[in-house]
Design a binder for this molecule. Structure first.
Ligand code: PGA
Length: 314
């Protein structure tokens, strides 16, 4: 039987997404190319792997069996590649890292410091939201991930290494700027600009308000911190963002932090890996570097703000 690894990779992407278009996006190919690979695989196996019910597709029994077995094959192959990489040592190794969109503000600085220490290391960096990070870890697609607190249910080893206070921002001309200990009730009618569902910042903010029996007034939704900051600056609403995203805006007074009761929402950045994953030498060196030295790579303005948010809100 002539099954190729390419067919398996394409099949797994469709099985993961249960959607040909998303699988094609994931693999950076066209949707007809994906359909053709799946069709060839089905022809070889002489059984359908997916069935369509209404607008959705599902794995058939044969599809489920192939997915289970093929995952074992690709995981062994990944392990073999990791071992081969490790024979090269730290120098010349490849680090597969993903970071939360919000963490990108300091992660690139960290990576630059790491590469300076270990020249010759190469890395692939994916910047994405929390939901995607969790699925990448579950699928063993990355060595390490920098993210907000992972759910206890995920089968992960996750270590906190840096504070990530979430603060409420407003345009400097907003009437609440400068007021002390603003009660949450004052914000009931405020309009908020939120991140997209799947964002860790968004779910932490929603959890905070729900715990205080407040529902955020639905305002706009944007999938980037940069867009949110510009919207707040343009007085389209208030927002809750990580302090790490505000380095420039606070220095040039384009945005102000509101002193709201209960804020900042104290979160941490975690370095996470799949439980039981054998790290390559380069990934192990990066882990040690992050856990030992990340604090020194936080920019001075953010370090200053760490102190201020603690001082003003106790
Ligand atoms: P995100 O940040 O909002 O960019 O997903 C990650 C997190 O804070 O958990």
């Amino acid at each position: 039987m002539n099954i190729t690894l390419r067919q398996i990779t394409v099949f797994q992407a469709v099985a993961r997404h249960l959607n040909y278009t998303l699988a094609a996006d994931d693999l950076h190919v066209t949707q007809p190319a994906v359909s053709m690979q799946v069709k060839q695989l089905e022809d070889t196996l002489e059984l359908p792997l997916f069935e369509q019910v209404g607008k959705r597709i599902y794995l058939t029994e044969a599809g489920r069996e192939l997915y289970r077995s093929s995952r074992r094959i690709t995981e062994s192959l990944d392990e073999a590649i990791d071992v081969i990489q490790s024979l090269k040592g730290v120098r010349g190794g490849l680090l597969k890292l993903s970071v939360a969109t919000t963490a990108n503000h300091f992660a690139t600085r960290l990576l630059a410091g790491f590469v300076e220490r270990y020249p010759g290391v190469s890395f692939s960096l994916d910047v994405t939201n929390r939901e995607t990070l969790l699925s990448q870890l579950a699928n063993n697609e990355r060595d390490l991930v920098i993210m907000g607190q992972p759910p206890a249910t995920a089968d992960l080893l996750a270590v906190p290494f840096l504070r990530n206070p979430l603060v409420m921002i407003a345009p400097p001309s907003h009437p609440l700027v400068g007021q002390r200990q603003i009660p949450l009730e004052r914000l009931v009618d405020a309009c908020f600009v939120l991140r997209e569902p799947g964002s860790g910042t968004r779910s932490a903010a929603e959890r905070f308000f729900a715990e205080h029996d407040l529902v955020l007034s639905p305002g706009m939704e944007m999938s980037s911190n940069e867009a949110i900051k510009q919207a707040v600056e343009a007085s389209l609403g208030l927002a809750v963002v990580s302090l790490h995203t505000l380095e420039v805006e606070l220095q040039v007074h384009r945005l102000a932090i509101l002193d709201v009761q209960g804020f900042p929402i104290e979160r941490h950045w975690f370095l996470a890996q799949r439980h039981g994953k054998r790290l390559s030498p380069v990934a192990a060196a990066f882990r040690e570097f992050v856990l030992g030295e990340a604090k020194t790579y936080v920019s001075l303005p953010v370090q200053e703000m760490y102190r201020e948010t603690q001082a003003t809100t106790g």
